[in-house]
Write a protein of this length. Structure first.
Length: 84
């Protein structure tokens, strides 16, 4: 699926609605989540958080703290490089 196809597919599945922009002369289209779209996002976030919790469940508190600190450093570095 390509990005331009994504909104059309999501619209067909009832996850988003499209409406024309209120800007005069604009060709922009606003895409908004429906209640079903919001529910899917909620389910997806819950699934990711559950998997994340399972991945770190066997780590000690100190190991989780170390992992959090390392991931924060990594995120800082990635953010810096993207900004270059």
């Amino acid at each position: 699926m390509t990005f331009p196809d994504s909104p059309a597919r999501a619209e067909r599945e009832g996850l988003v609605v499209r409406s024309p922009s209120a800007e005069p002369g604009s060709r922009a289209v606003l895409v908004s989540l429906t209640d079903a779209g919001h529910a899917l996002i909620e389910q997806s976030v819950d699934a990711v958080l559950s998997r994340e919790a399972a991945l770190v469940a066997d780590l000690t508190a100190d190991e989780r703290t170390a992992l959090t600190e390392l991931l924060a450093r990594l995120l800082t570095e990635v953010t810096r490089r993207v900004g270059e």
